[in-house]
Write a protein that binds this ligand. Structure first.
Ligand SMILES: Cc1cc2nc3c(=O)[nH]c(=O)nc-3n(C[C@H](O)[C@H](O)[C@H](O)COP(=O)(O)OP(=O)(O)OC[C@H]3O[C@@H](n4cnc5c(N)ncnc54)[C@H](O)[C@@H]3O)c2cc1C
Length: 483
């Protein structure tokens, strides 16, 4: 046996981040043993697809952004390209609730920057005064301090409070379930700050973009794909395909890691496992939520653990309901609707799944998914399933006039599931990175740090895998030299 064959990487966490890391190592690190440890009885973490009677129900994420390369890239590598579906091209609109009524979200709000004047001027969501205030944005000079600013402060400062409360807050909430007064602009929407600094403001940046010739489509992602993609039988297809490729990986389900510490007097780490003998590893990738990672390295590096604990999480739930379409008195003519915090309602967004992704429900049925709970409203999760379903029924009765009980319902609870990139987040992540630099062979990855979406998680897992491989190779070369 060569020196290299004896090396081992342990990956903790079998969500998409850990799976991407395991797959990468399986493909690129011949001779290195890989163990993937997952506390749950299944792989996939927050990717949770249920397939029932021709319905595809997503409990967690339901799609990913096509323009971030590693979502689409991984699907292609897994041979899933022909299984990808974009959002329905027939219907593109999304509604926003205002005063309990649904209004169309103005088109062209890409990355939260308005890219078209017309729809913004016409929308009944913003008052005349609010529109006037929005127009003043053109004359507002950029803020010249480097201090982190909240998303709410930035949008209110530039476009006015009304635009924030009625339009941007619910859009942002749909992604982070967060509180815009706490979320860091630099960590969540750096493109907005960049537009301010590069062009002097959002309107100026929009005008500059319009005066440029339309970019030539250079990649498949810009050429063909709608912004949001999903898979025919749900995002779990990705997980299932990866699993098939992990033949050589030692996968341990229902196994909880409790601690990671240095091997005394030797290179590498001891990975403590609940109820089992500890494992030794030459490199460890922690693909667990930040608060779990904090616990695992508390003894090894209390400073890193403290910074990790400062990344807060929000709890949320999704409730999917199925109705025969005849029971829904109004047409489901949009991808769904989002609800501003100011409306004071428990539901933060409602996806009309069977319209957004028609393949997810058999003909003649409506599949609707409600998001419940956001920063500050997390006690929603204390309610029973029956109460959550009733809450969604009340919502749909009020908005769509549906009075019948749903034919099927699916409740998914997500305690401490949505990491919040609050003010100072980027500094916090840099601190964590610096701390980890002190521990060769130890890496962290996942949605809590530099990108919350699935493509970001995949990229982060693959990056950690590359680092783990390099660290082992470097150490092995040093061992050979000193042997
Ligand atoms: C309701 C909801 C909707 C979302 N919608 C979207 C969307 O539409 N598009 C999108 O791109 N993103 C979406 N996201 C975000 C996205 O799902 C996540 O960022 C991503 O799936 C996180 O993957 P991960 O592998 O980093 O973490 P996780 O999926 O959380 O995986 C971490 C794993 O670690 C395991 N673990 C924890 N502790 C231990 C331990 N001590 N020992 C061993 N294993 C442990 C857990 O069981 C889990 O399986 C959504 C998230 C939620 C909650």
């Amino acid at each position: 046996m060569t020196l290299q064959q004896r090396k081992r990487v342990v990956i903790v966490g079998g969500g998409i981040t850990g799976l991407a890391a395991a797959r990468y190592l399986g493909q690129h690190a011949a001779g290195i043993a890989v163990t993937l440890i997952e506390s749950d009885d299944r792989l996939g973490g927050k990717i949770a697809t249920q397939r029932v009677d021709g319905f595809v129900i997503e409990g967690g994420p339901d799609s990913f952004l096509s323009y971030k390369p590693r979502g689409l890239g991984l699907c292609r590598e897994l041979g899933l390209e022909s299984r990808l579906h974009g959002t329905s091209g027939k219907v593109r609109r999304t509604y926003i609730m205002r005063g309990r009524k649904l209004h169309q979200l103005p088109e062209g709000l890409t990355g939260l920057i308005p890219s078209r004047f017309g729809p913004m001027l016409k929308t009944p969501l913003i008052s005349l005064l609010g529109k006037g205030r929005m127009g003043l944005e053109y004359f507002i000079p950029p803020r010249m301090t480097d201090e982190d600013e909240s998303l709410e402060s930035f949008v209110s400062r530039r476009l006015g409070r009304e635009v924030y409360v009625r339009m941007i807050e619910p859009l942002m909430s749909g992604i982070y379930a967060g509180d815009g007064n706490q979320l860091s602009l630099a960590a969540t929407f750096p493109n907005l700050r960049k537009a301010e600094l590069d062009y002097g403001g959002l309107i100026k940046s929009m005008l500059a973009a319009r005066s440029k010739p339309a970019p030539q489509a250079t990649s498949q992602a810009t050429k063909r794909w709608p912004a949001f993609l999903t898979l025919e039988s749900g995002l779990a297809e990705m997980v299932e395909k990866i699993e098939v490729e992990l033949e050589a990986v030692d996968i341990r389900l229902r196994t909880r890691v409790t601690d990671v510490r240095r091997q005394s007097g030797q290179w590498g780490y001891q990975v403590a496992i609940e109820g089992e003998e500890p494992m030794t590893a030459d490199a460890v990738i922690l693909a667990t939520p930040a608060f779990v990672t904090a616990e695992l390295i508390d003894t090894l590096d209390p400073q890193a653990a403290e910074a990790l604990r400062q990344i807060p999480y929000v709890s949320t739930a999704t409730v999917s309901v199925v109705y025969p379409i005849s029971q829904v008195p109004v047409p489901l003519d949009a991808h769904g609707y989002i609800v501003p915090r100011s409306e004071g309602r428990p539901v933060l967004a409602c996806t009309w799944t069977s319209t957004k992704f028609p393949h997810r429900a058999p003909e003649g049925f409506a599949l609707i998914r409600a998001f419940i709970g956001r920063a500050g409203q997390e006690d929603m999760l204390d309610r029973t399933d029956e109460e959550l379903i009733q809450l969604v029924r009340d919502e749909l009765r009020g908005v769509l006039g549906v009075t019948a009980p749903p034919q099927m319902h699916f409740v998914f609870r997500w305690p401490m599931a949505m990491p919040q990139y609050t003010l100072g987040h980027l500094v916090r992540v840099s601190t964590i990175e610096r701390c980890f630099d002190r521990h060769p062979g130890l890496f962290f990855a996942g949605g809590a740090y530099r990108g919350i979406g699935i493509p970001d998680c995949i990229a982060s897992g693959e990056k950690a895998a590359t680092q783990a491989m390099t660290s082992i190779q470097t150490h092995t070369s040093a061992e050979v030299l000193t042997a």
